[in-house]
Ligand binder design. Sequence first.
Ligand code: RIB
Length: 301
Amino acid sequence: MAEVVVVGSTNADLVVEVPRRPSGGETLLGSNLALHPGGKGANQAAASARAGAATRLVGCLGDDDHGAFLRRGLQDAGVDVEHVHTVERPTGTAIILVTPDGENSIVVSPGANSAVDVELVERPDAGWTEASVVVLSMEIPAATVDHVATAAAARGIRVVLNAAPARELPADTLRACDPLIVNEHEARIVLGRDASGFEELARGLLDAGARSVVITLGVDGALVADPDGLHREAGRVVEVVDTTGAGDAFVGAVACELSHGAPLRDAVRFAVAMSAITVGARGAQSSYPDRPVVESLLAGS
Ligand code: RIB
């Protein structure tokens, strides 16, 4: 049985390194094109599997070279791909520009990810109903996220929801989140208003119904908010090559740890270490370490 099931997206990441972001109407010369396995759902699944959880991805790929490439990448990471369906749409694609500071700009063409619809996840053999933890993010149709979040919570499955790219969430979806994982920008969108800082954002999201909240703070670590109060997990100083997929590694690592019974604060400590390692190498899944690498970083701190 899968301990963690990710219902989510898969994308072929087409990456070009550029000296800076282009302005409107401008043409820039960049690096050679690199192809990496990506997509928030697939990245989260790969991270969870590498961290040590029996992990399944429920998703859709196209019948094309990118689809075959992504399926192989997931298998290499140890993800169960039995419920990754091949559909008659092109595999999802992300066009990614990476600047010298390691930051990225991303445009996603969803393609086959649009087929991860309510009908697919309602099938009796959909593949997510037996998990300990279900992970969701927002590159699949909104109705699917809302449906799986509420149905999983009603079954007693722990729901980890990463609201990226962000949108406001229906009250029932927010009430299913344990935790909701967002960065500060996403927290404001989900909350539907501004607040005077990340602590107030986290309290606002708890008041709005989330069972627990994690606000990721990049190099500054993360904030955990739950009924026991607020806890700040410090960040780690690392050399940044490429931040693509670091947030997904964090989400997958949290899901793994929760599925093994860790308290949320401990899960976040592990996830901060895992995501810090990923920014030192190029690509998303291609930068994810196996569990012993994360454990030796934690042991040295
Ligand atoms: O979060 C990083 C991911 O966002 C990339 O892998 C890209 O596919 C986009 O989905």
